[in-house]
Write a protein that binds this ligand. Structure first.
Ligand code: SF4
Length: 439
């Protein structure tokens, strides 16, 4: 039997693509192994969203360059972006496949098995979404479901439209069947995935929009939690907040990337919304009957961002009071619109802005998490930390809540359970608590 090793970089879309690649390979009789040394086929599923992530891939390829007799493959965004140039930079690579070509993965593997030395799948011209009858999921309780692939926006800093192709939505039937199958085998949490889930359009005659799909998945028997990522503010409708209000299983959590608090920078980023339009969506979310936690993505040091623009981003943090943020320094990426704007802000200044932003957010998180001390939160138990003796749970708001249980319990008794936990302490990134229920 042939064996394979896969290493994944980047976002949840990549993590889930790797799960599907694993399913495809296992169907073809390959067995997964845990180190490249043991494998006949070594795959790197790559990310090119930032320069650092891309450099890491070439570093890993370099480390595996003496691997004799193995097939080495590069999948994902770096594969799509660099294409056949990868063979020049790393001549020991045999397979280069962008994520829009994964539906052809089976055919490409046949070519490799036949002994072809260099095989590529780089077409972006696909109407298919990558679906496989066998997706290998490692988490037995939480499962990803892709509902839309690709992106039709053209944010000036982003490589995704070049690496994942144009938007292709799955039929609602196909999504619902997968959700029901997952519930039937015991998954209780589902995360709907897409680069821009809000622009989901059911291609079947049912013609559902995203809010309709969300509500339907939330109504599947056995599903207790539904999350979704990621949203684009321009396409984020009030109907999504209404669906959350109506459907208890939809989590109290929305990730709504803002990128900048300055309308002038948003325009340069080609984000297609103003600060005021973004804030209207925040008002809808804050007006919900539910207590919806908010998170966002922010880029500092985008070309042309002045001190005043940056102060507007800091001011936005005060206004919204996010529960968490993902923040980055701008780095120019190949093929993107922002390349023509240059990259004039020195690294040191970008670093100063990032530190200020993160310090402000840390104070906000301490404040927001502290407000939960004394409350009871339902957690899904995800693991056990033997060094602290605490169970690791996650709340509907996506907060990590580490807790001690009333009595010693076995992992199999606890993991995957939903339990009420009383919050006793709060830090900037997690909560601590106690569960009174003897499982
Ligand atoms: S919406 Fe913008 S940032 Fe998001 S994937 Fe599409 S182009 Fe990139």
């Amino acid at each position: 039997m042939k064996s394979f090793y896969i290493e994944t970089f980047g976002c949840q879309m990549n993590v889930h693509d790797s799960e599907k690649v694993i399913g495809t390979l296992e169907r073809r009789g390959y067995a997964q192994v845990q180190s490249p040394d043991e494998a006949d086929l070594v795959l790197f599923n790559t990310c090119s969203i930032r320069d650092k992530a891309e450099q890491k891939v070439f570093q890993r390829l370099n480390e595996n360059k003496r691997a004799k007799g193995k097939v080495i493959g590069v999948l994902g965004c770096v594969a799509q972006q660099e294409g056949e140039k990868i063979f020049e930079k790393a001549p020991h690579v045999n397979l280069v496949v962008g994520s829009a070509s994964y539906p052809k993965l089976g055919e490409l593997l046949v070519q490799i098995e036949r002994g072809d030395r260099r095989v590529t799948g780089l077409s972006l011209d696909s109407d298919d979404t990558f679906e496989t009858p066998m997706t290998r999921r490692d988490n037995p309780h939480r499962a990803y479901i892709t509902i839309i692939e690709g992106c039709d926006k053209s944010c000036a800093y982003c490589v995704v439209p070049f690496t994942r192709g144009h938007e292709r939505s799955r039929t609602s039937d196909s999504v619902m069947n997968e959700a029901r199958q997952l519930a039937a085998v015991g998954y209780s949490e589902i995360q709907l995935l897409g680069q821009n889930v809000n622009s989901y359009r059911d291609p079947s005659p049912a013609g559902w929009n995203f809010a309709q799909l969300l509500e339907a998945v939330g109504s599947v028997q056995g599903i207790r939690r539904v999350r979704f990522t990621t949203s684009h503010p321009r396409d984020f409708g009030k109907d999504i907040v209404d669906a959350i209000d109506r459907t208890e299983t939809l989590c109290n959590m929305v990730h709504l990337p803002v990128q900048s608090g300055s309308t002038h920078v948003l325009a340069a980023m080609q984000r297609q919304y103003t600060r005021d339009e973004y804030m209207r969506r925040i008002e809808w979310l804050k007006g919900s009957k539910r207590s919806i936690a908010l998170s966002t993505d922010i880029i500092v040091g985008f070309p042309g961002e002045t001190e005043e623009d940056f102060q507007m981003t800091l001011d936005l943090l005060d206004q919204v009071e996010y529960d968490s943020i993902f923040s980055f320094k701008y780095s120019p990426r190949p093929n993107t619109g922002a390349l023509s704007l240059g990259d004039h802000i020195p690294e040191e200044e970008k670093g100063r802005r990032l530190t200020m932003l993160q310090e402000k957010q840390r104070a906000i998180q301490i404040r927001r998490n502290s407000a939960l001390v004394g409350t009871e939160q339902e957690v899904l138990v995800e693991g056990f930390n033997s060094s602290t003796g605490q169970w690791i749970g996650r709340t509907s708001q996506n907060r990590v809540l580490n807790f001690v249980a009333a009595r010693q319990a076995l992992r199999e008794e606890m993991i995957g359970k939903y339990l009420p936990v009383r919050v006793t302490r709060a830090g900037p990134n997690s909560l601590a608590g106690e569960c009174a229920i003897a499982v």
